[in-house]
Design a protein around this ligand. Sequence first.
Ligand SMILES: [Zn+2]
Length: 130
Amino acid sequence: MSKLCPQCGAPAPENTTKCEYCGAAIANNTTSATAQPAPQPQVVYVRQPQGVNPERANWPVKNKVVAALLAILLGSLGIHKFYLGQSGKGVLYLLFFWTYIPSLLGLIEGITILCSNDENFQIKYKCRIG
Ligand SMILES: [Zn+2]
């Protein structure tokens, strides 16, 4: 095994530190010169804020606790649906309030809203928590 002089390219013995032809210094550790991994291109991860949405700045400010209380107390009338901007569903709740199903759904939704994380709440109802 021999290495090559970096200066003149002449073969040099493994343990030599100096080229016998041109006198150039030769690194004794061959691996340091040849086995260096090529520099990897640095991958820069640009951290996007979650749920980036250009419209988002225009979303109305809503309060989770208010929404949850409306759902639990006035769920049978769909008031929380109107509050959360889902008027269509609000009307449905209103039409079926006499079946008690909306009040049950409202109770479940109120608890779900209370337990949901702020980010999910904001995305689901297209609102901002003020
Ligand atoms: Zn040389």
